[in-house]
Ligand binder design. Structure first.
Ligand code: ZN
Length: 245
């Protein structure tokens, strides 16, 4: 709190009370003391305002006996001298504050998503073997989670892999809109529903095949159709109109 003419007299009054020990130091609100009190640091011997000290309820004026820079330097020195204990302490704290750590991670990630991803990709490039191992470890320990995610996102997964194939064949036009992508996801989802409902495997087919000797089709909503697997396999890479040939 800033000392303004109206509350200065209050602070001065409280200072007088402290001198006469009518109230304990910790009973005073920290902010009110902060602007008016100074304390001599036990380590460096310099008299500093109490805002230069960490809070400690039982200390004189509710702060520690050593100033922030001294306390921080001591902590740093201890950490350098005891690296293993230090790591252990951090590990314990993180284990006891899982939700807090996760939340902080989420905030930091959201604020810096792009550099985070770039850093991660760069690390993965430098450590391909570690990347492979950690991927395998994750898949081994989270198989249920992966399965249920796949079940919930079937349409998207198949649309993605089809789009990837299409992209390889340069069949995916750059002007395709998000709405059209969603439309295509829905077609793949529909094919899956039909498979479940009828017990007959249904595929999503490109009416004009993406790979054809005469005419290459595009990976666009209006070039998609749902066929049974049987129909699709008989059709092969021919155009729908060529099928009867
Ligand atoms: Zn100090």
């Amino acid at each position: 709190m800033k000392t303004t003419p109206s509350n200065r007299s209050v602070s001065v009054g409280r200072r007088a009370q402290v001198r006469h020990h009518t109230v304990s130091a910790e009973a005073l609100r920290f902010e009110e003391v902060e602007t008016t009190q100074a304390k001599t640091c036990k380590a460096c011997g310099v008299k500093k305002p109490v805002s230069e000290f960490h809070h400690q309820a039982l200390g004189k004026f509710g702060v520690t006996s050593k100033c922030k820079p001294c306390k921080n330097a001591m902590t740093k020195a201890w950490e350098m001298k005891n690296p293993e204990q230090c790591r252990e302490k951090v590990r314990n704290w993180r284990a006891n504050n899982r939700e807090h750590v996760r939340e902080n991670g989420r905030i930091a990630y959201a604020a810096n998503r792009k550099p985070h991803i770039e850093k991660q990709v760069a690390w993965q490039k430098r450590n391909p073997e570690s990347k492979r191992l950690s991927g395998a470890r994750y898949r081994a320990t989270h198989s249920e989670k992966i399965k249920s995610w796949r079940r919930a996102n079937y349409g998207m997964i198949y649309a993605h892999s089809a789009a990837r194939r299409a992209l390889k064949l340069k069949a995916c036009p750059p002007w395709i809109t998000e709405d059209q992508k969603a439309e295509m996801n829905a077609v793949y989802e529909k094919a899956r529903e039909l498979t479940i409902k009828t017990g007959v495997v249904h595929h999503v087919d490109h009416k004009h095949p993406l790979k054809n000797s005469r005419l290459c089709g595009l990976h666009v909503p209006w070039n998609l159709q749902i066929l049974t697997a049987q129909e699709n396999l008989t059709k092969g890479n021919r155009l729908t109109s060529e099928r009867s040939q």
